[in-house]
Design a protein around this ligand. Structure first.
Ligand code: A3P
Length: 290
């Protein structure tokens, strides 16, 4: 299996098949009822997809269990080699309201999402844990570029030389548009701290009427432990050699602060100094510990 090389699209490195098909993705015209979940990879996308799907189905797992997560909330820009369907093919066959996942930075999100005033949920995760999670993911996902050694990987992350580009630009890009584009901006750390509160926020943003009992049930169903065992959510449906979960499981740790097990003192110093520079004007309240 090939690890796809990266190719720039409007300055953003994307995996080659995505870059080659980008104009088709850019032309996608969403329905006004479509819900977009946008993230930098490994920020809590799957978790949020599961929460939104359950909220739309009033916590009824049977109603959600029409297939694995990739089919229930397709990945907008994914163009897999045939016969694996592309995200756009799956979306064409779905009835509204559709949940759509993307990792595109805000400037590459098709204009129709803004023109049609679609609901857009952005999930951000602190840089260090996001980086650690991405590193392990690139080791086990054989469509992503080879991550190489940890030491170099930190450098690539700081320079934005990973698939979907710079984490720093990604989180800032959506943050700056929250009000203008009515984006719900969530933090992975808040979801860990108080999942019930954050599920409630999503419910309100989506204008759904779901009872407190159902919210409690959704919180339970979307806990790390339950999702790790759920074959419709844990990516066990993606076979080797695409995902090799013996290298690192998709549901790996699900924690805040695992970065401390990876950074040396000198790596941390370099990373923190660079972070100050890249994020100084942003004022985004990230938490790296809880
Ligand atoms: P780790 O690698 O740190 O464990 P994404 O879905 O965006 O690819 O993000 C995957 C990350 O979210 C992984 O992080 C995964 O374990 C974590 N995750 C997935 N479901 C979760 C849940 N229900 N609760 C907490 N973390 C979850």
């Amino acid at each position: 299996l090939i690890r796809f090389p990266l190719k720039n699209v409007r300055g953003i490195p994307l995996m080659e098949p995505i870059a080659q098909n980008f104009e088709t993705v850019w032309a996608f015209c969403p329905d006004s009822t479509d819900i977009l979940i946008a993230t930098y990879p490994k920020a809590g996308t799957t978790w949020t997809q599961e929460i939104v799907d359950l909220l739309l189905h009033n916590g009824d797992t049977e109603a959600c269990r029409r297939g694995p997560i990739t089919m229930r909330s397709p990945f907008l820009e994914i163009f897999s080699p045939p016969p694996i369907p592309s995200g756009l093919d799956l979306l064409c066959k779905m009835s509204p309201p559709r949940i759509i996942k993307t990792h595109l930075p805000i400037q590459l999100v098709p204009e129709g999402f803004w023109e049609n005033k679609c609901k857009v949920i952005y999930v951000a995760r602190n840089a260090k844990d996001n980086l650690v999670s991405y590193f392990h993911f690139e080791k086990m996902n054989f469509t992503q570029p080879e991550p190489g050694p940890w030491e170099n990987y930190i450098q690539k992350f700081m320079r934005g030389e990973l698939a979907w580009g710079s984490w720093y630009d990604h989180v800032k890009g959506y943050w700056e548009e929250i009000e203008k584009r009515n984006i719900l901006y969530l933090f992975y750390e808040d979801m860990k701290e108080n999942p019930q509160r954050e599920v409630e926020r999503i419910k309100q943003y989506l204008d759904l009427s779901v009872t407190d009992d159902v919210i409690a049930r959704i919180v339970e169903l979307t806990s790390f432990e339950v999702m790790k065992k759920n074959p419709m959510a844990n990516y066990s449906f993606i076979p080797k050699p695409v995902f090799d979960q013996s290298i690192s499981p998709f549901m790996r740790k699900g924690e805040v602060g695992d970065w401390a097990n990876h950074f040396s003192a000198s790596q941390l110093k370099i990373f923190d100094e660079d972070y100050e520079q890249q994020m100084k004007m942003a004022n985004i309240p990230f938490r790296t510990n809880m």
